[in-house]
Write a protein that binds this ligand. Sequence first.
Ligand code: DAH
Length: 341
Amino acid sequence: MAVKEKIDGIISSAAAGVEACASVDEINSLKVRYLGKSGELTALLRGMKDYPAEERPAVGKLVNEARDKINALIDEKFAQLQAKQEEEKLLEEKIDVTLKGTATPRGSLHPCTLVKEEILSIFTSLGFSVAHGPEVETDFYNFRQLNIPKDHPARDMQDTFYLGNDILLRTHTSPVQAHVMEENKPPIRVVCPGKVYRPDDDATHSPMFQQIEGLVIDENITLCDLKGILECFAKELFDKNTKVRFRPSYFPFTEPSVEVDLSCSVCHGKGCRICKGTGWIEVLGAGVVNPRVLEMSNIDSEKYSGFAFGMGIERIAMIKYGIPDMRILFENDVRFLRAFK
Ligand code: DAH
């Protein structure tokens, strides 16, 4: 039967085609060619009407068998090629989990941050809470509420960056005192860390630096309480033999006012390069809160009294770590910063 030969021919050319396929894509197009709507087998089925009626079932059977056979060949090859393709992909994407990774370098806290956190933790352990205020301040809080009226000569103590009429970058953290007194009733016990700004720039001054302000207001607070707290603080921050010395000074917001020196933590009072031979290092300004400041914040100065202090964080970091020039603290040279890991 000629049709049988024809079908066998199709089968063997399909088989050869399948054999030659090298990819999943090729096998897919081969499938369309042999088994699709315009494939040779489909054409045979379509031509069935030309065969005598008695031969048709046999031809149909042959075509169906051929279709099954080709399908099976294609499926088998398809599975082989797919497995091969997957394996190749896995090989290509293989990663060596034993290789060394790239470590992300770990940073460290800046010495000023370390000192600030240490100072805050000493004061919070003494019962102080932490308060913050704005860096862009009004003349009112930065000066007037602290008993520094307009045109008062005490304004010369602090050069100022003005941003406009009555608006400035705060020159100290003392205005936070005024905010705290406005918002709270005594007893008050706060420390206020933050950045402050003054147009100064040399080895011991920077246009931006940080301060920590302290304020205590309660009944019967005296200069002795200030000295006791500062002594306790200095012994914690430096060492237990640190001594505190008060020298008379002047701040408009305190009366009396003092400049506070600590015995030199390097030479312990003998005199060295760090303390310029005096045995003492000046670290902060402080005093008993001026009753006028209390009254301006609506606190009864007959009933309450208080003390306040303000210290520079960079200055304390310089003393604590023996840093000779403040500018090093702002350069952020990693070789320097690594020393504080
Ligand atoms: N605000 C002062 C300054 O920046 C420091 C200071 C002195 C703060 C005495 C105080 C204080 O609270 O009582 O120079």
